[in-house]
Each structure stands twice: as structure tokens, then as C-alpha cells.
Design a protein around this ligand. Structure first.
Ligand code: NAI
Length: 398
């Protein structure tokens, strides 16, 4: 079976879906691997390294994809790529399916069996395949680095002959995978760190990293977690109380890093224009939720907005800003999943539709969009199906 890896950098994606390490492993499973020339360049991987691992270098995407049975990608196949993938082939990527139903239909009609890595259930067996975690962890780290790069001051307290420099005060809003890594990174740089979240379980995690927890801890807060471990949308009353507490806190911060998301909904607006205006000039807001509508009213995708001297950083594809590390972790996530689809005996793809990982992630098969979250709504059928993962990868917490 031929596996294809294409260059995604033309579409603004610096990550790549395979590394020499995973290429070697796929060859060990009996596959052949074709890598489009320069596919790894933006991640610091040369054609020669792929060749040394046993891959063939294809001059074009067309050549790489020709007769491939398995296509591994970072992003959903483009229209041009879909046209080059043979009917019956399997494609695995971060598919970003919500709101892109027309694209899904196109992929289905092309006869491609497609899988969305971000819908992987968060169960123990699939932890090694969890792209949301592998990429969010890097985004949390990079948010602090990006924030510190535009902050005109130092992070740690410094006692020098010329005077004492106070430590930066950093506030992290949303303590999922990205937020936890942001706390740890800001602490390592010497900042005084506080954090907030609507899930009560995060209080202990924040404190165990040496940061202080800031939240309105009323009865609603104590119930504010789904059985899957995700955040619920809070009542208007809670949001108002929390916003008042946060407003007084933000006014004293040098940096605010927001990572708050609710599966299947736009990002909650947590930092208002008035809150930004209460910050000292020179302060920084880094909005990691900018691609999902943003946690800060003033953030704009792909831009650093200067509002009265406060900089609001809204970089997109933050994991892609550390493409080498992001690719190496993503490639391992992909390998771990793809390996479960390849038969050790026949060395071909043998997809078991009853496998819970397949059920949760398979979007298209047999010319149809098969995932329960993307079926036409009928009054008699609740949507989404309770057995299916909720939008945006929300599933069980294991
Ligand atoms: P996420 O990316 O969906 O959201 C980030 C954070 O924003 C969450 O902690 C959420 O509670 C918070 N948030 C939402 N609304 C907020 C608001 N109004 N104010 C403040 N914070 C708000 O979350 P992520 O990183 O995907 O993690 C979600 C859960 O999944 C966590 O419980 C995590 O521990 C769990 N998890 C489980 C894994 C497993 O394999 N078992 C792997 C990774 C995460």
C-alpha cells in the first residue's frame, strides 16, 4: 500500500503530516511512502532525511497522490487534492468539519474514506492520538513566548545594582490543556501567575502549578462541568459576577492570556474593551481563541492590535508557529491511529466500522457523509446523536 504525504505550505500551513521517524515505522508495517518534495521544509525536515528513512520523493502533489491508498495530511484535502486522490482511498487529517459541510460532501462524492483526528475520543487508548492535546499544549507554551516578545519588560523579578525590576503579573483565562501549559511556562519565566476557569476541577490543577485561582466559586460554579470534563455555557448572572471580579483583577495585570473554549459554540467573550482600557499601556493580551471568534472583544485574527498602548495578539495557527515540534507530535498522533487501521497480516488497510475510534472519527465513506453529527436534521431524531462525540471534539474525559 502506498502512503502519500503532500506539501501544505502553499496553503499557509507549515506543518507536515509525517516525519522521517514515522515514515520508517510505516515502511516497517509494509507500506511504501511517497513524500512531495519540500513537504517538510517549513518544519525543518529535508527531502534527504525523508529519503534516508526510506521514502520516495515525488516532484508534485499529483505524483505523490497517484495510486495512494492512504493520504496523511495536516489539513482537510483541498478541492485540487481531492481531485487527485483515487476513489476508495483513505485520508486522515484535522478536517475542521463544522461549518464546512459542503467540503465534506465533496470529499464523500469523490469516494474518499475520511477521518477527522480532532474527533478522537478522549479515552485512555486514544491519548497517543489526541491532536487537540498535542497541539494545544504547544499553543499554550507559544502564547507566553509570543506575549513576552511584544511585552516591553522582563518577566522575572530582578534585583540589580540599578534597582529592582518587579515580576510580570500574568493572568491565564481558561485552564484546559493550553492554559495549563501557559501557566507552567509563565511560571518558569518568573512571572506571578493567576488563572481562572469555569470548571471547578481546575482550581487544584492551577494551585499545583504554583499559581493562584481567581473565580466566583458559587453553587453554579460547583456544577459547571459536563460529565465529559468540558465547560458548560454559564448563566447570564454568573457571567456578570465573574466579569466584575475579572475586571478588577485584569486592571492590575501586565499580561492576559485567553484560551477559553466551549465545544461547539463560539468562544466566550471574556475580555471587554473596557477591561483592555483599564490595563496599563505596554500590557499585552494574547488571544488563543481568536480563530473561534476570540475571547477578547478587540482581537483580530492574524493581527497584533494596538489599543491605547495595550497590544492584543491574535496569531492564527499558533502550533504552526513551532512547526518542527508541532509536526513531530502530530505525525506521532497520526501514526498511532493509522497503525490501528493497517492489518499486520495483509499489510493493507482493514477498517473495522465497529471500532469506537473509527465510529467517532470517520466522516465519509461509500460516497456518503456517515458521521452522526452531520446527518440531516429530522424532528424525530435528536441532534447530535447522544452516542456521538459532541461538536469540536468534545467527548469523554478519560
Ligand atoms: P478546551 O480547549 O475545550 O477549553 C479550554 C478551557 O476553557 C477549558 O478548561 C474550559 O473549561 C475553559 N472555559 C470555557 N469557558 C470559560 C469561561 N467562560 N471562563 C473561563 N474558562 C472557560 O479544553 P481542553 O483543553 O480541550 O480540555 C477540556 C477537558 O478535556 C479538560 O477536562 C481536560 O482535562 C480534558 N482532557 C482529557 C484528556 C484525556 O485524554 N483524557 C486529554 C486532554 C484533555
Amino acid at each position: 500500500m502506498k502512503i502519500a504525504i503532500v506539501d501544505e505550505s502553499a496553503a499557509g500551513e507549515p506543518r507536515v503530516a509525517a516525519t522521517p521517524e514515522t515514515v520508517k515505522k510505516f515502511i516497517g508495517l509494509g507500506a511504501s511512502v511517497s513524500v512531495q518534495s519540500n513537504a517538510g521544509k517549513a518544519s525543518g525536515i529535508s527531502n534527504a532525511e525523508y529519503e534516508a528513512a526510506g521514502a520516495a520523493i515525488a516532484k508534485t502533489a499529483k505524483e505523490a497522490l497517484k495510486d495512494a491508498g492512504l493520504v496523511l495530511k495536516v489539513r482537510r484535502p483541498t478541492a485540487a487534492e481531492t481531485a487527485l486522490i483515487k476513489s476508495g482511498a483513505t485520508a486522515i487529517a484535522i478536517m475542521d468539519p463544522y461549518g464546512n459541510e459542503a467540503e465534506l460532501a465533496r470529499i464523500a462524492q469523490a469516494g474518499i474514506i475520511s477521518f477527522a483526528m480532532e474527533l478522537m475520543p478522549r479515552i485512555t487508548r486514544a491519548q497517543v492520538m489526541d491532536v487537540l492535546s498535542s497541539q494545544a499544549n504547544l499553543a499554550g507554551y507559544r502564547a507566553v513566548i509570543d506575549g513576552s516578545a511584544v511585552y516591553g519588560r522582563a518577566f522575572p523579578m530582578m534585583m540589580t545594582a540599578a534597582g529592582t525590576v518587579p515580576a510580570a503579573r500574568v493572568f491565564i483565562m481558561g485552564v484546559g490543556v493550553a492554559g495549563l501549559q501557559a501557566i507552567a511556562t509563565a511560571r518558569r519565566l518568573g512571572a506571578v501567575v493567576t488563572a481562572t476557569d469555569v470548571r471547578p476541577a481546575t482550581k487544584e490543577q492551577v494551585e499545583s502549578l504554583g499559581a493562584k485561582f481567581v473565580a466566583v466559586e458559587d453553587e453554579e460554579f460547583k456544577q459547571a462541568e459536563t460529565s465529559g470534563g468540558y465547560a458548560k455555557e454559564m448563566s447570564k448572572e454568573y457571567q456578570a459576577k465573574q466579569a466584575a471580579l475579572v475586571a478588577t483583577h485584569i486592571a492590575k495585570q501586565d499580561m492576559v492570556i485567553t484560551t477559553a473554549l466551549i465545544p461547539g459554540r463560539p468562544a466566550p467573550k471574556l475580555v471587554s474593551t473596557a477591561m483592555v482600557e483599564s490595563m496599563r499601556p505596554g500590557s499585552v493580551v494574547v488571544d488563543l481563541a481568536v480563530e473561534r471568534g476570540g475571547n477578547c472583544e478587540l482581537s483580530r485574527p492574524g493581527e497584533i492590535v494596538d489599543h491605547n498602548g495595550v497590544k492584543i495578539v491574535g496569531y492564527e495557527n499558533v502550533p504552526g508557529r513551532m512547526a518542527a515540534t508541532a509536526s513531530s507530535l502530530y505525525a506521532k498522533n497520526l501514526y498511532a491511529f493509522a497503525e490501528t487501521l493497517i492489518s499486520k497480516e495483509t499489510k493493507a488497510l482493514e477498517i473495522n466500522p465497529e471500532d469506537e475510534l473509527v465510529k467517532a472519527t470517520c466522516l465519509t465513506r461509500d460516497g456518503l457523509v456517515v458521521h452522526p453529527n452531520f446527518q440531516p436534521k429530522t424532528p424525530s431524531k435528536p441532534d447530535p446523536s447522544p452516542a456521538a462525540p459532541a461538536p469540536d471534539g468534545a467527548a469523554q474525559n478519560g
